[in-house]
Write a protein that binds this ligand. Structure first.
Ligand SMILES: Cc1cc2nc3c(=O)[nH]c(=O)nc-3n(C[C@H](O)[C@H](O)[C@H](O)COP(=O)(O)OP(=O)(O)OC[C@H]3O[C@@H](n4cnc5c(N)ncnc54)[C@H](O)[C@@H]3O)c2cc1C
Length: 385
């Protein structure tokens, strides 16, 4: 069994690392704290072939593997978290589901600008009354002469303040088989993007409102029965989420390690205190263990789509490792780690969010347990006779 990257993968990782250090390290802190989407970075990463890494060449992508995409997003996140968010949006996010399942004409309309870093796609899945229970979504798409009329609302959508186009999960009819998705452009009559709210990390999101919003039939990505495919695409999004969790944990670890070797208290460097040594040793084990599940999920991904089980175990391990390590790194650095002048406190806040976003750690455990026991556990209360 080989635990190392192949020669080509290592060379690719080295080249992305060089790019990150040369072009993205300066300004990483300021970018992290800015609510603005870094369009200049999107352009740069597009020119460097780091958007659409797993999207087919005939669709304007790079045609690489999911493992290539994981390597790229991790190397960038280690240096500049905000730049990794750009790769998430341009490779792992709703764009991946869109590129996999949208009809050719629809892809042609949008992919060029999205992969060129000129436009941004956001995902409208969560609703005020449908979070973990995503299949309870209520946004309806009713067929009419000119297409579909949308009514409903979406919350928490990443990049919604800056996105120009939205992949919206809708209900064409009742039940799981009634769910599918459409693309809605900002500015479409009946579609309103609300005022920005802020997460703990400083990321902004806007509530999305659909009031008799007419969407042309050509904008349908997946019709009724499309939910399973949407979740297959969403698994890729979760791999990007896991990759960044891990990289931000590693970033905080590197900064804390340096700090512990140079900061002196009681006349000796912090690294000479056993309490900190044990903490750092536990952090190192977490950072070494979690990537094994992440890389397994990426390497085994069939046609670039990882399995639900591999995705769940990888995301759970990386979310936990990323947050716990970043949080311990902050503790090891005292007030220096807690200060917003280093990226460490930002790493804590971001990694905390990924334990909720894209399938909370509790929902991942539910899914893993189903595989362990080989049966489904319905989360809904039993129906009364
Ligand atoms: C940073 C961030 C970015 C996001 N980006 C997007 C986005 O781009 N697009 C989008 O549509 N949404 C997005 N979301 C929303 C995200 O998908 C939801 O927050 C997530 O699905 C959980 O839903 P909820 O917040 O409504 O919590 P709830 O579903 O209300 O859950 C509350 C708590 O109960 C637990 N819980 C719920 N059900 C169960 C169960 N059956 N078993 C055990 N525990 C359970 C949950 O794990 C959680 O801890 C984002 C969220 C965050 C934090």
């Amino acid at each position: 069994m080989d635990f190392d990257l192949s020669q080509e993968q290592q060379a690719f990782a080295d080249s992305v690392r060089r790019l990150a250090r040369d072009k993205l390290a300066a300004g990483a802190l300021q970018r992290a704290h800015s609510a603005e989407f870094p369009w200049n970075i999107a352009k740069l990463l597009s020119e460097q072939g780091l958007l659409g890494i797993t999207i087919r060449e005939e669709d304007g992508g790079i045609g690489g593997t999911l493992m290539d995409a994981v390597i790229a997003i991790q190397e960038l996140a280690l240096v500049c978290p905000k730049s990794a968010d750009v790769v998430q949006a341009g490779t792992f996010g709703p764009i991946r589901t869109f590129a996999e399942y949208a009809p050719a004409a629809l892809k042609q309309r949008f992919l060029g600008d999205l992969l060129g870093g000129r436009k941004l796609m956001a995902l409208g899945m969560s609703e005020p009354a449908a979070g973990s229970a995503a299949t309870e979504l209520q946004t309806t798409a009713k067929e009419t002469a000119g297409g579909f009329i949308l009514n409903g609302s979406k919350v928490f959508s990443t990049h919604s303040p800056n996105a120009t186009v939205f992949l919206v999960y809708v209900r064409y009819g009742p039940g799981l088989d009634g769910i599918g998705s459409v693309v809605v452009e900002r500015g479409t009559p009946g579609f309103e993007v609300g005022q920005p709210s802020e997460f703990m990390s400083g990321e902004q999101w806007c509530q999305l409102y659909f009031n008799d919003c007419l969407v042309p039939r050509d904008n349908v990505v997946l019709g009724p029965g499309g939910f399973k495919k949407q979740i297959a695409g969403f698994n890729v999004e979760r791999i990007g989420n896991a990759s960044r969790s891990l990289a931000l944990g590693r970033h905080a670890f590197n900064v804390a390690r340096e700090h512990c070797m140079t900061r002196e208290q009681f006349g000796r460097p912090l690294c000479e205190f056993q309490g900190l040594q044990w903490k750092v040793a536990e952090m190192a084990v977490k950072l070494d263990a979690a990537p094994l599940l992440l890389y397994r999920a990426a390497q085994r991904a069939d046609g670039g789509m990882p399995s639900v089980y591999d995705t769940s175990t990888a995301k759970l391990a990386c979310n936990m490792a990323g947050f716990e390590v970043a949080n311990d790194a902050m503790q090891a650095m005292g007030a220096y780690g807690y200060s917003s002048e280093s990226l460490v406190e930002y790493c804590v806040k971001r990694t905390r969010g990924w334990m909720i976003a894209g399938g909370s750690i509790e929902m991942l455990k539910n899914r893993i347990a189903e595989d362990v026991f080989g049966r489904r556990f319905d989360q809904r209360p039993a129906k009364r006779a």
